[in-house]
Design a protein around this ligand. Structure first.
Ligand SMILES: *[C@@H]1O[C@H](CO)[C@@H](O)[C@H](O)[C@H]1NC(C)=O
Ligand SMILES: *[C@@H]1O[C@H](CO)[C@@H](O)[C@H](O)[C@H]1NC(C)=O
Ligand SMILES: *[C@@H]1O[C@H](CO)[C@@H](O)[C@H](O)[C@H]1NC(C)=O
Length: 316
């Protein structure tokens, strides 16, 4: 069933090209290369391919791929695809380990925990900070077009496993935890990274990857700043950065607002809504499988639904 769908999807992509929401890195969010590599499952891990770095610029990568595809009757075997990816990409996620300068191996908060088991447990959690701390490599700033990482200046903390980037609403609990751990500078850095993303995109994306462009997550940025302020009384920080909070609120009240009428009264409500009309890059195969037997209209509805659900913060 794969091949008929592939053709249909290619036609659909071409048809909707001008309706598709913005996508800054075609290789990682909207290209035949992505489509074929994902649908043919060249890599078992759905993030395998999209987490690679490009060895050449995007235009060369896509135009060389187009030529290869043409000279093979518009179809490539798994092996041929892998050969192409091996030559044009390398496994470099753009991050390096980082030691937060304000990490203290014997933080104050442990002293007030009387129960020894609980204290040891709390210490083991505290020690996860250096394990999960990373910073963007200089090369990502110098050659940003080669990476799918959106560079940010300060060190940050990753959830772990497959998830090697900064996530929006995870950052809320990370900031709270850092403040408990006495790491105010690190907490401030995480928030400043989110400001940089607002500055670049006008909103906070779900994570600092180009393939998370267009979807946000539960909007907790203002709450993070409030939490930081309640621990530090740093009013200057709020004064200097309030414009980012306003920009974000404007995003939600324009791009995510919706008018409803109930019992004769009008209300403006906010909602999670991403008009995604193609499979999500990081779940391309599974999303494609899900819509395979659906009508054109149902496809769009299902895709809108899964993109929007992801924005709501529910991961599935
Ligand atoms: C890539 O191609 C596009 C359009 O074909 C062009 O606008 C853009 O400048 C090119 N980028 C580079 C880095 O050559
Ligand atoms: C909702 O209604 C308000 C007030 O009438 C209006 O300013 C706004 O543009 C409407 N929003 C949408 C999304 O239609
Ligand atoms: C609610 O909105 C509709 C459509 O914009 C408008 O015609 C109607 O007058 C509004 N009702 C109230 C009670 O404001």
């Amino acid at each position: 069933m794969l091949f008929p769908f592939l053709l249909a999807a290619t036609v659909m992509l071409a048809d909707c090209a001008d309706k598709l929401p913005a996508c800054s890195k075609r290789v990682y969010c909207n290209s035949e290369l992505l489509q074929l590599v994902q649908l043919k499952r060249v890599y078992e891990d759905p993030r395998g391919f999209i987490d690679f770095r490009m060895n050449y610029d995007e235009n060369k990568t896509l135009s060389d791929f187009g030529k290869l595809l043409n000279s093979n009757n518009n179809d490539l075997s798994k092996d041929k695809l892998k050969e192409f990816v091996d030559k044009y990409f390398s496994t470099d996620n753009g991050l390096e380990k980082w030691m937060p300068p304000d990490f203290n191996s014997d933080p104050e908060f442990l002293n007030v925990i009387e129960d020894k088991n609980l204290r040891d447990f709390a210490r083991s959690i505290h020690y996860l900070w250096p394990d999960s701390a990373v910073i963007v490599k200089d090369d990502v700033v110098q050659n940003s077009d080669r990476y799918r990482l959106i560079p940010v200046t300060h060190g940050f903390f990753t959830p772990g496993g497959l998830f090697t980037e900064m996530y929006y609403w995870d950052s809320y609990w990370i900031v709270k935890g850092l403040l408990v751990s006495g790491m105010q500078e690190s907490a401030k850095g995480v928030i400043e990274n989110l400001f940089e993303l607002v500055d670049k995109l006008g909103y906070v994306p779900a994570g600092n990857r180009w393939y998370y462009e267009r979807h946000s997550q539960p909007p907790l940025l203002t709450e993070m700043v409030a939490t930081y302020y309640s621990h530090t009384n740093d009013i200057e920080f709020i004064r200097n950065n309030i414009e980012y909070l306003e920009t974000e609120i404007n995003f939600w009240s324009t791009e995510r607002s919706f008018n409803i009428t109930k019992d004769g009264k009008n209300y403006t409500v906010l909602r999670y809504f991403v008009p995604g009309d193609r499979p999500r890059p990081y779940s391309y195969y599974f999303d494609s499988e899900l819509i395979e037997d659906s009508s054109e209209q149902d496809r769009i509805e299902i895709l809108n639904g899964i993109w929007s659900a992801f924005e709501s913060g529910w991961d599935f």
